[in-house]
Design a binder for this molecule. Sequence first.
Ligand SMILES: Nc1ncnc2c1ncn2[C@@H]1O[C@H](COP(=O)(O)OP(=O)(O)O)[C@@H](O)[C@H]1O
Ligand SMILES: C=C(OP(=O)(O)O)C(=O)O
Ligand SMILES: [Ca+2]
Ligand SMILES: [Mn+2]
Length: 689
Amino acid sequence: MPSTPTGYGSVANFNESPRNGLAKIQTHKKHDNGVCHDDSVPTVKAQTIDELHSLQQKKSAPTTPIEGTLTPFATLSEEERQRQQLKSISASLASLTRETGPKVVKGDPARRKTETQRLAHDHPVAPTIAVSDSALKFTHVLYNLSPAELYEQAIKYEKGSFITSTGALATLSGAKTGRSPRDKRVVKDHVTENELWWGKGSPNIEMDEHSFMVNRERAVDYLNSLDKVFVNDQFLNWDPENKIKVRIVSARAYHSLFMHNMCIRPTPEELENFGTPDFTIYNAGQFPCNRYTHYMTSSTSIDINLARREMVILGTQYAGEMKKGLFSVMHYLMPKRRILSLHSGCNIGKDGDVALFFGLSGTGKTTLSTDHNRYLIGDDEHCWSENGVSNIEGGCYAKCIDLSQEKEPDIFNAIRFGTVLENVVFDEHTRQVDYTDKSVTENTRAAYPIEYIPNALLPCVGPHPKNVILLACDAFGVLPPVSKLNLAQTMYHFISGYTALVAGTEDGIKEPQATFSACFGAAFIMLHPTKYAAMLAEKMQKHGATGWLVNTGWSGGSYGQGSRIKLPYTRKIIDAIHSGSLLNASYKKTQIFGLEIPTAVEGVPSEILEPANMWSDKKAYTETLMKLGRLFKMNFETFINYKIGRDSKLTEEILAAALPLQFYISFSFPLRFHALIDNSSSAQITSRS
Ligand SMILES: Nc1ncnc2c1ncn2[C@@H]1O[C@H](COP(=O)(O)OP(=O)(O)O)[C@@H](O)[C@H]1O
Ligand SMILES: C=C(OP(=O)(O)O)C(=O)O
Ligand SMILES: [Ca+2]
Ligand SMILES: [Mn+2]
């Protein structure tokens, strides 16, 4: 052993004495001065433990927005930037008790005690009778925290927050584990009264401006009553010309991290120039609404006010409300700019061919747009403008039930540090997640930034789509695994927006529930469905896109008898659509729906392509098919008197697309047919997203 250099003898001696009988490890690294390196390091330059802790964290680059966007960043001091930022946030949180907003202080109250005290001293407030106690308190603002900081906040202060074995943040969303479409309200004013879709089938349940303000004040007062609130300033839409600035004020680190992942994350420079948001969410989800407030029908209310560009959330902590609430707003703002907003996934091949995947929840948008052989543009919300497609979001929100590394490696591997994992069950010691466990909910979810998918395309934009794939999870088991659609059929199925899932997850076989949700997203559209349909038809026609109907649901019988079409087969079908090979396949037409089905698809057993083949009870098949046909027809009655676009020819063609079905049904069941027309409301059809 070479001689020990000066000063650190004890360390060297420790290294020299072999512990547990193991031979010591020799490292023969020589320094220039010829003195042997002994792995010892100088002691820290700190006099106290507090000083030591202060060395641990380096000050990060300033990330403060400027009021308005005119003042150049360089001319502002850091202090002035902070002041302006706090002023902007304070204005967002203004209420009756604090007309100019609360006294906001940046940072965690647990760590910035001295700062609060200093500020309190600098701005003494003389209490008067007009000032309530809440006007005197500080509200700390945790502004655009990083995932690491949000993890700490969640774990320290939010029950049910844990780090899983792969580093994700497991959270509980509380009593609500899914969206509450029946509690979503939109302010009806003299503008929205004429612009929006109201009434039967519409997701826009009305409320008046005053009731909105009551709920808004309730949310703002709740948020101000807290020691701290989280504020996220972020963007929506990757199209640089149509980017929307959003501010999310929330009470939970879970909500802040969720939106950090789901919205587009600004660069430090973009944040410095953020200015005033275009839209603000007040998420006071832990706090209920008040039953004495007009229009309230439950303790939950999600309220959108387009004139004020605000949304208020009361009585639900399900984070998806924020993402989908903003999506509704985009369904209003974008069509005004002649841009089509789409509830679809989107990816692009190596040759630049773009595909859209429409479908209701659980039909496969996220699963099928995440494709190892293609670049992911987005999994759920897009815009189609004159320039092509753009993702609205900066992240994905995948269903996790029964997730496995083998079947969906990209999604599985995205569940790591930074990802929010909602309502999953894990081993209390190893923190290994059991993705099959539905104890909390069947709707377990992972929210991760899009770049967690290895082949995500950044920025998330692409040229005009070549294929428009309509996904239906048909639990009746009668729709073909794939069919090619003409434009009129595409529009018919787009307006119908069909899927059928199984109602409950309890034991025993349940009837599949047919769901018709216009534009495959009736819960999020703001205008009449025919407005979006007309835009889609025009764009598909102009850019020569082909429509496809893909059943990701049952085959060989309805739920209970048949089985779900295997994901690898669906992937093969999708591959054949992307490659163009399916376009040139030979086709035959089906009964009732008049769908063109291919006779062969590479990698898929041919017999499954024709659903009738797979049913052992052919009579049951025909009956089920006709039943579904009737449900389609009944659902479409509402749209028969509407024209799609300026072109009445297309409208006639769309109706004709439904005609073979109509004739068949009226011929076979004349009495039933009339009965159905007379009584168009059926308990079997549910309206959901
Ligand atoms: N043949 C199939 N095609 C697509 N998804 C399937 C198929 N079989 C089972 N699945 C499962 O169905 C679910 C589809 O959900 P997801 O992709 O999240 O839908 P969406 O994004 O449209 O809400 C996933 O859990 C997926 O694993
Ligand atoms: C987040 C949602 O989207 P999807 O189920 O379509 O993935 C939702 O509908 O709440
Ligand atoms: Ca959805
Ligand atoms: Mn999805």
